[in-house]
Design a protein around this ligand. Structure first.
Ligand code: ADP
Length: 384
């Protein structure tokens, strides 16, 4: 099929920053794009060929949008999967597949998938209601501490809580959830796997993620991870195995824990470009976004190793500021070597909202990590 400067239409569900960065690459290749998104002010608005307003969870909105494209992909998981299944039956190529999304959208189902496919993950129990957890603890069926996770619609750490005593369960959403063993991990790692319909597969180097202690959001992503070759090889193999088990097409970001004794346990996966791969734009031979396009269009995959060391810092809204966004000291960070800010185009900031990111590249990774700290101390996302 001819995708380039042709009648071919790529549909993208979701109009956020991941979509916007994907669109840099559809522009590069001159591929025609249609975006469906519920917010008029979304980051994708200026970069696509057609912008359609609609609710991603609404069957008709997704089905009618998808009917008019040749290949349909996502930049967010919470979309109407029944509509995707119907579109697949109509012959639309949907990547990731509806079946995969159905499994991933629900953390309990996702965990069961790992168990069924003998993929390593922390032990867990599944509950229909939070109140059942309390009963399980009281009758000795579940031991404290554990990690509570909402089965659905958790995002950026807000559906996750470490429960050390029963009172920690108060005020949590009441619905379906899992209680997962608290993993005493050494590192949080991630590997992005790309796979095209012909079965060609490539993994990006392992990245190391450092989290903000309160917000549960990634603070620094370091690539390549400062781990032994042995552990890196194991992490890449686990990620490949997950991609294979899903028979996945497109990118699959696999988040993992490296335990004290160097076991690799899968935390969760995202079937799309991911926050842990943003540094690939500047640091890698092929960016994750270009690779996602290559994969879903069944084109040859690009080389995945780094040209230089890369560190990524998320730019999230500072606490105490809500309103029209201002990037304080952005000129200052642009005086630093190898520093590139990315501004997503959200006009309003609020505490911890992802507003942009900064990539720091350097042949010396330790130096990149040091500069990243200077970046973090300097730039602030505030309001007018
Ligand atoms: P989200 O889907 O919101 O990103 P995650 O499942 O990735 O949620 O969890 C967010 C963070 O919580 C993880 O990155 C990790 O730091 C911590 N966490 C999650 N599960 C566990 C666990 N079983 N043991 C210890 N920490 C965990």
């Amino acid at each position: 099929m001819n995708y380039f400067s042709s009648d071919f239409k790529l549909g993208i569900l979701g109009g956020g920053q991941l979509g916007k960065m994907l669109l840099y690459n559809t522009r590069k290749f001159d591929i025609y794009t249609c975006v469906l998104e519920s917010s008029k002010e979304a980051p994708c608005k200026t970069a696509c060929d057609e912008f359609h307003l609609g609710d991603l969870m609404d069957y008709d909105a997704v089905f009618n949008f998808g009917k008019n494209v040749d290949v349909l992909t996502i930049e967010i998981e919470n979309v109407n999967v029944d509509a995707l299944e119907a579109l697949e039956k109509e012959g639309v190529k949907v990547y990731p597949a509806s079946k995969t999304l159905r499994t991933i959208q629900n953390k309990a189902k996702q965990k069961l998938f790992y168990i069924d496919n003998e993929l390593p993950t922390a032990p867990f129990s599944r509950f229909a209601y939070v109140s059942e957890i309390e009963d399980a603890v009281n009758n000795g069926g579940l031991e404290l501490p554990f990690v509570w996770k909402a089965a659905q619609f958790g995002y950026d750490g807000n559906g996750v809580k470490v429960v050390r005593q029963l009172s920690d369960l108060e005020n949590l959403p009441k619905g379906e959830c899992i209680a997962e063993e608290l993993v005493p991990f050494k590192n949080e790692l991630a590997v992005i796997v790309a796979r095209n319909p012909s079965g060609e597969t490539k993994t990006f180097p392992v990245v190391e993620m450092e989290f903000h202690p309160e917000a549960n959001q990634v603070e620094y992503v370091i690539c390549p991870a400062r781990i032994s070759d042995h552990v890196a090889k194991k992490a890449r193999q686990v990620a490949l195995n997950v991609s294979k088990a899903f028979n996945h097409v497109g990118l699959l970001a696999v988040e993992m824990f490296q335990t004290e004794d160097d076991q690799i346990l899968i935390n969760e996966v995202a079937p799309r470009p991911h926050n842990s791969g943003h540094q690939t734009i500047e640091a890698s031979y092929t960016s994750q976004f270009e690779q996602h396009l290559r994969a879903i269009l069944d084109l040859p995959l690009g080389r995945t190793d780094n040209k230089v060391g890369g560190v990524m810092v998320n730019l999230v809204g500072a606490e105490g500021y809500t309103g029209n966004v201002v990037y304080e000291n952005i000129e200052n960070i642009m005086t630093m070597d190898g520093v590139t800010p990315h501004i997503y185009g959200k006009k309003q900031t609020r505490p911890f909202r992802k507003m942009g990111h900064v990539t720091i590249v350097n042949a010396d990774l330790d130096e990149a990590r040091r500069v990243a700290e200077d970046v973090k101390k300097s730039i602030k996302v505030v309001s007018e």
